[in-house]
Write a protein that binds this ligand. Structure first.
Ligand SMILES: *Cc1c(COP(=O)(O)O)cnc(C)c1O
Length: 408
């Protein structure tokens, strides 16, 4: 089955729901059994992990199982679990795999709340957390220790968009008995197939492109056979569960993922190419641009690009950045991404992401290119860049007249 067809079919069983095309929203805590024998059978089926088997709302309803089945099929994993947010998916998967005395390597460009969870929470339980430079530093082989249990990767990295060689990292990690956990939100289940590249656990912040409309929070963890029992048990032990209405929105979003992503990807690249030619732009960090240091790896491992990338502006001050952002009409100022609308958010690369790792002088913003007409978006950015230039030259004039006042 081709990917487009899989997107339409995955997790759907109309025959179970009176022919209804979409798996309905099942709101349930209690699920009744007709007899003691039936109750025992329900418990047995759940323990045996039979498709759709449940005994209580917290373990999921047919709505939950539909999304889990779909994402596992699309990412090429064994099974999936749904969480109330992307971060809940991250924190639960890591809690499942790590114990006191273990060491975890996490890329310095991983989503910053993921790094905070490791540094604030997991260290309290005796886990050694080490951040590494995904591109310029030592090789993973040199960093792996006998007690390294997890290598946590995100490719491209949040904000910096560096691409990691996941098959090489996976081979090294597996040789040392470590699991590879990947945040695959940028690649989506469509453009990056983590299990084919050696990943053991894949995470989707479904809040982004899977929901796709900026109206629900959700996360998904997909496991291979090895990691599945650990992650499933911890998920149940921690009481993690997600609401059926949000899951329904993710299922609905999923069916149009490919057509939306195509547009996000094409418009994003067109905007990125245009930005690269502008004098006010120091750098465009987009893996699909040949100028990107990770372009060859991206081309080798990904089948597409979404609409998220970063831009470094030749802005000498916060005031110029402010002029740029405030002049934009179509790029909303706010976090998150993956919805139909364009967004802009300034950022400062995290500690560790400096020096050779971050050779830029200017102010950085992350852009999400939405489904608007790309020419309108380019016109909007043009407006922003003109406002930036105006602010820059005003600042230069002020500097010049201040220098003149001093010397006279
Ligand atoms: C947003 C995001 C998350 C977290 O998802 P939430 O649903 O906001 O908790 C995790 N990873 C990446 C790369 C993200 O962009």
């Amino acid at each position: 089955m081709k990917e487009s067809t899989k997107l339409v079919c995955a997790g759907r069983h109309p025959e179970r729901f009176g022919g209804v095309v979409n798996t309905p929203i099942f709101r349930a805590s209690t699920i009744l059994a007709g007899s003691m024998a039936e109750w025992e059978e329900m418990k047995r089926a759940r323990a045996a992990e039979e498709p759709g088997a449940t005994t209580y709302g917290r373990y999921g309803t047919p709505t939950t199982h539909a999304l889990e089945e779909a994402i596992a099929a699309l990412e090429g994993g064994y099974r999936s679990l749904v969480f109330p947010s992307g971060l809940a998916a991250v924190s639960t998967a890591l809690t499942a795999l790590l114990s006191a005395g273990d060491h975890i390597l996490v890329t310095d460009s991983a989503y910053s709340p993921t790094r905070s969870f490791l540094e604030r929470v997991m260290t309290r339980f005796g886990v050694e957390v080490e951040t590494y430079d995904p591109v310029g530093g030592k090789s993973i082989e040199e960093l792996l220790r006998p007690n390294t249990r997890v290598v946590y990767v995100e490719s491209p990295g949040s904000e910096t968009f560096d691409i990691q060689d996941i098959p090489a990292i996976s081979a090294a990690a597996h040789k040392h008995g470590a699991y590879v956990v990947m945040d695959n939100t940028w690649g989506t289940p469509l453009y990056y197939k983590p299990f084919a590249q050696g990943v053991d656990v894949s995470i989707q912040a479904a809040t982004k492109y899977i929901v796709g409309h900026s109206d629900a929070m959700l996360g998904v963890v997909t496991c291979n056979r090895d990691t599945w029992p650990l992650v499933k048990q911890t998920t149940q032990d921690m009481g993690q569960t997600a609401g059926p209405d949000d899951i329904y929105l993710a299922l609905r979003g999923l069916r149009t993922l490919e057509v939306r992503l195509q547009r996000h990807g094409e418009s994003g690249l067109r905007v990125a190419q245009w930005l690269e030619r502008q004098p006010q732009v120091e750098a465009v960090l987009h893996p699909a641009l040949p100028s990107h240091p990770g372009h060859a790896l991206w081309k080798r491992d990904f089948t597409g690009a979404c609409g998220l990338f970063s831009v470094v502006l030749r802005a000498s001050s916060k005031a110029s950045l402010e002029a740029f952002v405030d002049a934009l009409e179509h790029f909303g100022l706010g976090v998150s991404w993956g919805g139909y609308e364009s967004l802009v958010i300034p950022f400062t690369p995290g500690k560790g992401c400096t020096g050779a790792r971050w050779p830029y002088q200017g102010q950085a913003v992350r852009l999400h290119v939405g489904l608007e007409d790309p020419q309108d978006l380019i016109d909007d950015l043009q407006r922003g860049l003109l406002a930036l230039s105006a602010r820059e030259s005003r600042a230069q004039d002020q500097e010049a007249s201040a220098a003149q006042a001093c010397s006279s």
